[in-house]
Design a binder for this molecule. Structure first.
Ligand SMILES: Cc1ncc(COP(=O)(O)OP(=O)(O)O)c(N)n1
Ligand SMILES: Cc1ncsc1CCOP(=O)(O)O
Ligand SMILES: [Mg+2]
Length: 221
């Protein structure tokens, strides 16, 4: 499975996400998980990150750490996701090496310029979201279209994406959607994950997914 396919549904979790929920969404087909924990002490984050990495790898999913290159490396993650105020992707690459998967956030073409060296980009917030109070104004799917024209790697949309809102993101050119509340706030997270995956796959089929070479660092599965 290549990187684009694994990013079809990319879930962000925190330290308070129950282990059983992680297990269930992975079994439902979530292909990538990002550990996004901003408050717990680092030693505790490291223990949690290692446990989630194990869960992901058993399920054949990718494991990313948000913000912190040091934590990502210590936890044996597949990659790190860096925002505009984090280490530049090129610097993370220099420190971690060629096998690391590096993701970057951008909302505009100017921000994309700062993402040089990233393997994939997350574009957002696309819609209003309560999950990130400092997210800024929604940029909508037009931003996905613009960034997909300028960046040849995988692009995921993020921010306020729930049922029925994933298909427009794929039609705009993204390979997947990155979510928190659509899955974690759902009464049955595994069912919500399956439904989102179904919507993404249907939209990719309708779009006529462009042939993409397997990503050299996404591993085989
Ligand atoms: C896949 C993905 N895309 C965007 C983000 C947002 O990153 P950032 O802007 O650094 O904000 P925080 O998540 O750190 O609050 C992301 N985490 N993942
Ligand atoms: C981390 C992040 N970055 C941009 S929007 C967002 C929050 C996404 O959460 P939700 O899917 O609940 O809107
Ligand atoms: Mg960040």
């Amino acid at each position: 499975m290549d990187l684009r396919e694994r990013l079809s549904v990319y879930l962000l979790i925190s330290g308070s996400t129950p282990e059983t929920v992680v297990e269930a969404v992975l079994a439902a087909g979530v292909g990538a998980i990002q550990f996004r924990e901003k408050t717990l002490p680092m030693a505790e984050q490291l223990v949690q990150a290692r446990r989630i990495r194990e869960q992901c790898h058993k399920a054949g999913a990718l494991f990313f750490v948000n913000d912190r290159l040091d934590l990502a490396m210590a936890a044996g993650a597949d990659g790190v996701h860096l925002g505009q105020s984090d280490l530049p992707p090129a610097e993370a690459r220099r420190l971690w090496g060629p096998r690391a998967l590096i993701g970057a956030s951008c909302a505009t073409l100017q921000e994309l310029a700062m993402a040089d060296g990233a393997d994939y980009v997350g574009v957002g917030p696309l819609y209003a979201t309560a999950s990130k109070p400092d997210a800024g104004a929604p940029v909508g799917t037009a931003a996905v279209e613009q960034i997909c024209r300028a960046f040849s790697g995988p692009v995921v949309g993020i921010g306020g994406i729930g049922p029925g809102l994933a298909a427009p993101v794929i039609r705009a050119g993204a390979c997947g959607v990155s979510v928190i509340s659509a899955i974690l706030d759902a009464p049955e997270p595994a069912s919500a994950a399956r439904e989102l995956l179904r919507e993404v796959r249907q939209a990719l089929t309708d779009r006529g997914t462009p042939g993409s070479a397997p990503h050299p660092r996404a591993g085989g599965a």
